[in-house]
Design a binder for this molecule. Structure first.
Ligand SMILES: Nc1ncnc2c1ncn2[C@@H]1O[C@H](COP(=O)(O)OP(=O)(O)OP(=O)(O)O)[C@@H](O)[C@H]1O
Ligand SMILES: [Mg+2]
Length: 247
């Protein structure tokens, strides 16, 4: 099986309104895929369905070939996510928050949980601050702890909803390097929603663009940024994005 995620003709209606309208796409193993669209276009709604927080009105979602509807628990084991923003207990330490979450992972013994927690703290660069309360963390540290939570269960596939929001240039670079090294070392695949086109262009090999709940473009980042669209020769993702969204 080569796709970590398959989305097949998914529609979501909420209170009679169609929020997601027949979207299909797939993410091959080892790819970092950007999920772009204007405010209110339906990115978070789609991500909620991918993570099992919302059920599609119609269509099929499969993680590593496992159907979300038929076998949600097994499908979710292969996936880690931050939806909108990571959730922590601010009065607990970074390590304490991870311990709390590790207890929910059914496949790890206590000893394995401890080892995995130290491993992910090292991966996201928070070992030195692991005993500080999360309430005292900077935004960048919180995002990295969020990534630590998302990868705790050693997933094949990680979904990040606007992970770079509010980060300074260094924080963005750290996050970018973290994502790329997780892909490189562990062959993790990603779906990342963002409005930061430059960042997306730097990390994502593939893009999916949506507008008003419909898919308007999907393909390789170089194809869109690289000038195949409407004579946009500068390789400028922003121009291509604006052109697609105003069509
Ligand atoms: N539970 C709900 N009830 C009613 N409308 C909803 C609900 N959830 C989402 N919507 C609507 O669906 C549309 C898409 O919202 P969504 O949060 O998915 O967009 P988004 O692409 O993530 O936007 P942003 O870039 O601002 O995060 C919006 O018009 C929103 O108001
Ligand atoms: Mg959103």
């Amino acid at each position: 099986m080569s796709s970590v995620l398959e989305v097949n003709d998914v529609t979501k209606q909420i209170k009679g309104r169609t929020i997601i309208d027949g979207i299909s796409f797939s993410i091959p193993k080892g790819e970092v895929c950007g999920f772009l669209g204007p405010n209110g276009s339906g990115k978070t709604t789609m991500i909620r369905m991918l993570t099992g927080l919302l059920a599609p009105t119609k269509g099929r979602i499969a993680i590593n070939g496992i159907d979300m509807k038929k076998n949600r628990t097994e499908a979710a084991l292969k996936m880690g996510a931050i939806v909108e923003s990571p959730i922590f207990f601010p009065y607990m330490t970074g390590r304490g928050n991870l311990r709390n979450l590790a207890r929910l992972h059914p496949n790890l013994s206590i000893q394995e949980q401890r080892e995995r927690i130290e491993e992910v703290l090292g991966i996201v660069g928070l070992t030195a601050r692991a005993d500080d309360r999360v309430g005292t963390y900077s935004l960048g540290m919180k995002q990295r702890l969020g990534v630590a939570q998302a990868i705790l269960g050693n997933p094949d596939f990680v979904i990040l909803d606007e992970p770079a929001n509010g980060l300074d240039p260094m924080g963005m670079r750290d996050l970018r390097n973290l994502i790329l090294s997780l892909r490189e070392k562990y062959n993790m695949s990603f779906l990342i929603s963002s409005h930061l086109l430059d960042e997306i262009q730097k990390v994502c090999s593939q893009l999916i663009l949506i507008k008003d709940g419909r898919k308007v473009w999907s393909g390789r980042t170089v194809e869109l940024g690289g000038g195949k669209l409407g004579g946009n020769e500068k390789g400028n993702l922003e121009d291509a994005f604006v052109e697609l969204m105003t069509r």
